[in-house]
Design a binder for this molecule. Structure first.
Ligand code: SD4
Length: 290
């Protein structure tokens, strides 16, 4: 059995990994696979952590963060993007059509319209209803694995063994307006290096930004750690500056150039999807707290 092509993604996202696999299986490249893969979640209004249907900030605005990175270390990102479902595709446009890496807010939105993206209302009735309910107490307290579940980070190795990654999210529910997390930050929420492999993160983004989590994991793999060992070390680095039993969740996944994968998280409940010649699997991640 060949170790690649292969795709791996955070959380149980079978539609997204199946889409990416469809592209990889036909001989498509890893960049198209991750973009098309995560778009499935962006379009899915039932995923309330990504794209359309995402939970809003505390003022009721849905604001998206996303990034993408290819085998040549080209990268693109958008932060605080409103009214556009496919943030990852805007990020890809930033990567391919501009001399920049990151566009924010109004500028990113304007750039998206200029590139043919259409304006959409991203706040669904379901997410609006939950937000109005939340407003009654307005207590900002992320609930482990529940409230902020399902940000998608995806890594793909194509038939040539080239890696790409993408990460997209509506961020922490009911965040302060303007808040940006780890997901669109290259090195934090996502990092790939075609000599080594890639890593991506989910959970409380502030902790991932502080430790430059995905970059750290790729560097640890460069030094010889397996994807599993590197993810464990990434979580340990976060625990070192918190309590040993923090009340927030972080989940990392990683894949190296040989197609070996791993995942690790703080609390039980995190899982990751993989699709390869070996089949389509959902793996319950090992966790620091049992
Ligand atoms: C963030 N890391 O904005 C994201 C949230 C997340 O599943 O991963 N949700 O901090």
């Amino acid at each position: 059995i060949k170790k690649y092509p292969r795709v791996i993604a955070t959380w149980d996202v079978p539609n997204a990994t199946a889409k990416a696999w469809e592209i990889l299986e036909k001989g498509g490249n890893s960049l198209d696979a991750v973009e098309q893969g995560v778009r499935m979640e962006e379009a899915d209004v039932n995923n309330q952590s990504v794209g359309k249907g995402g939970r809003p900030d505390r003022d009721g605005n849905v604001t998206l963060d996303a990034c993408i990175m290819d085998k040549d270390s080209n990268c693109g990102a958008v932060v605080y993007l409103q009214n556009i479902t496919h943030a990852v595709s805007v990020a890809r446009k930033v990567m391919e059509e501009t001399p920049h890496v990151m566009l924010a807010g109004k500028g990113a939105e304007q750039f998206a319209y200029e590139n043919g993206f259409k304006k959409e209302d991203l706040l669904t009735e379901a997410s609006k209803k939950e937000w109005l309910e939340w407003k009654k107490t307005s207590k900002y307290q992320p609930i482990i694995n529940i409230e902020n579940h399902d940000t998608i980070g995806m890594l793909a190795l194509d038939k040539n063994g080239d890696i790409a990654g993408a990460c997209t999210t509506s961020g922490m529910a009911y965040k302060i307006g303007g808040r940006v997390g780890d997901s669109p930050i290259i090195g934090a929420g996502l990092f790939v290096d075609n000599e080594v492999g890639g890593a991506t993160a989910t959970g409380v983004g502030e902790e991932v930004v502080r430790t430059v989590g995905s970059f750290l994991i790729v560097e640890l793999m460069r030094q010889g750690k397996s994807p599993q060992e590197a993810c464990e070390e990434g979580v340990k680095r976060i625990l070192a500056r918190n309590s040993d039993r923090p009340d927030f969740q972080i989940g990392f996944i990683a894949m190296n150039k040989a197609g070996e994968t791993g995942g690790y998280c703080i609390h039980p409940g995190f899982s990751y999807r993989e699709f390869s010649e070996e089949g389509h699997t959902n793996t319950a991640s090992e966790s620091h707290i049992k």
